[in-house]
Design a protein around this ligand. Structure first.
Ligand SMILES: CC(C)(COP(=O)(O)OP(=O)(O)OC[C@H]1O[C@@H](n2cnc3c(N)ncnc32)[C@H](O)[C@@H]1OP(=O)(O)O)[C@@H](O)C(=O)NCCC(=O)NCCS
Length: 174
């Protein structure tokens, strides 16, 4: 999971701005049903032109999500007991890939996505990742805006890469 267990501990980074009343934390197995319900709320409303195969993989069953947790560290944002958003971080070969980012439609543009991604980037930095990267269907303008806002650079486009859709790569050096 981590890139190196013998490396010196990374110094503390700057505090992560988090919206008032929101807490970002690691997921636990008790969260799984709520997480799957969140993905349903985010992706199941009719989505213009998004491939059905994408939507199917974006809304995992509890069993599928449990198996995804094997290689991925997930962080969730909550306000009280309400789950507002989630992101996963997966280490491979010294870099960290962010996956499965989603914020509840009713909680958007309040800084929740930013808090989640910055938490995952900070975790990657503390675990000595050399880079953090993420991909998104090119049509996902909100995600593109969020990654650019957080200083991710465009790292290329894979044409008709996934379900015949262009996929954009973003990269940041923590
Ligand atoms: C992408 C997503 C996670 C953003 O979450 P969010 O909590 O709304 O984002 P934040 O409030 O933290 O936004 C931080 C900054 O990102 C940019 N941004 C985020 N959403 C934006 C939008 N819809 N339009 C323009 N800029 C946007 C802005 O610069 C924003 O700062 P500002 O609000 O001060 O202008 C959310 O829209 C979402 O879940 N979308 C559907 C799922 C998805 O696309 N997942 C990503 C798959 S890779």
């Amino acid at each position: 999971m981590t890139s190196s267990s013998s490396a010196e501990p990374a110094p503390e980074g700057p505090p992560i701005p988090t919206p008032a009343g929101v807490v970002v934390d690691r997921v636990s197995h008790e969260d799984i049903a709520e997480i799957c319900a969140l993905y349903k709320r985010v992706w199941e409303p009719p989505q213009d032109g998004i491939p059905t195969e994408f939507l199917k993989s974006a809304v995992p069953t509890p069993l599928e999500f449990t198996s995804r947790m094997e290689g991925v560290t997930y962080f969730v944002a909550r306000e009280g007991k309400r789950l507002l958003g989630i992101v996963g971080s997966a280490f491979s070969e010294g870099s960290c890939r962010l996956v499965d980012l989603a914020v509840d439609g009713e909680a958007r543009r309040k800084g929740v996505g930013k808090a989640l991604v910055l938490t995952a980037v900070d975790w990657a930095r503390k675990n000595h990742a050399h880079s953090v990267w993420v991909d998104a269907l090119d049509r996902f303008n909100e995600a593109k805006a969020l990654f650019h806002h957080l200083g991710f650079a465009d790292a290329g486009v894979l044409h008709r890469h996934r379900w015949n859709e262009d996929v954009r790569l973003f990269e940041k050096f923590p």
